[in-house]
Design a protein around this ligand. Sequence first.
Ligand SMILES: Cc1ncc(COP(=O)(O)O)c(C=O)c1O
Length: 395
Amino acid sequence: MIDEHAGTNPADPRASEAATMLPVYPQLPFVPERGAACDILTSDGRRILDLYGGHAVAALGYGHPALIDAIKQQAETLLFQSNAVALEIRARAAEKLLGVAPEGLERVFFVNSGAEANENALRMACVATGRHKILAVVHGFHGRTAAAGAVTWGAEKWYGFPEKPFAVDFIPRNDCTAAEQMIDESVAGVIVEPVQGVAGAFDLSEEFLRTIRDKTAAEGALLIADEVQSGIGRCGRFFAIQAHGLEPDILTSAKALGGGVPCGAVLATGAIASHFGNGDLGTTFGGGPLAAAAIVAVIEAIESEQLLDNVLAREAEIRARCCIGPVTAIQGMGLLLGLVCDRPAVEVRNALLDHDILTGTSSDPKVLRILAPLVLESHHVEQLAATLRSLGSQA
Ligand SMILES: Cc1ncc(COP(=O)(O)O)c(C=O)c1O
């Protein structure tokens, strides 16, 4: 569906996109021209506070000097080389990423997106176990490619492939008994988002995640943590599963990983990595030097600017100040938060946007999503709280 606000002026990118691109994205009614820290500056002179971050990508906001410098320097030095050669910057990115990952993850395979990361992770689970059944969790989202889409809840509505590549079943959320029963010796792996992002920042219980961890270990199945949305500091730890002290066998990352430079990664234990040799996995762009430089810069900025602490501080403020106006409850973790609303979340999203605050909806019609940059400041939370208050409550 094309945005009804799209201009008819051929210079307006909304009009030219409508004429040239597949019409698969409903679009928001503004045209960004520049980004500055947590703000988007639009073609018609608006300054919009971005609490959505381009689908959770803009971890450092816009124009972060260290990230921009790293990208510029790398582009000038060596824009691209493939995995046919070793690169110092790729080795640094791998070391950095493994250095902040949960214990036990010892090897990285770099890719380009979240779906590609999950596609490879699922394949690795099938190869490493020799099994062909994957369990996922009700309401989970893992991407739109063949394997990632197959483990996404509700994908029947849009899954365009004639059949799924392996057997799939879904565990009800937070149902430890079902998890115990469903994970058996036929299961290759269980893929789970510790905080279900698209579903509205629904944080799965520690008991549920621990049950999955323990039962997969007992049955020789693998735990795949999909941290494409929840990872890279968004939940106040480098990865959300670290908040529960759990160690997955495979972890996937993308979105914020490059702070805006497209990239993804699959991290695996040494035992899983030992099943793979020359030519078993591959990608042209994954692990390219530009992406690697961005990964190093993002992780270093999170560390040097204590952004994990900042995320936890802003989360506490949002929880204390923003359960107000249309918001009746807050779920999620860190800056992956779901504001449960007393009316359709899309109405609240539109009303906030009218007041120059960008938020996101979710697959839960009542839940508004906050995916703010990790550099968010207290005054931004105040702005959100005041605007929510002005919208009033319908309760
Ligand atoms: C948890 C999760 N996994 C995977 C994906 C797919 O990532 P991408 O759009 O980069 O393919 C997403 C995208 O929203 C996601 O939220």
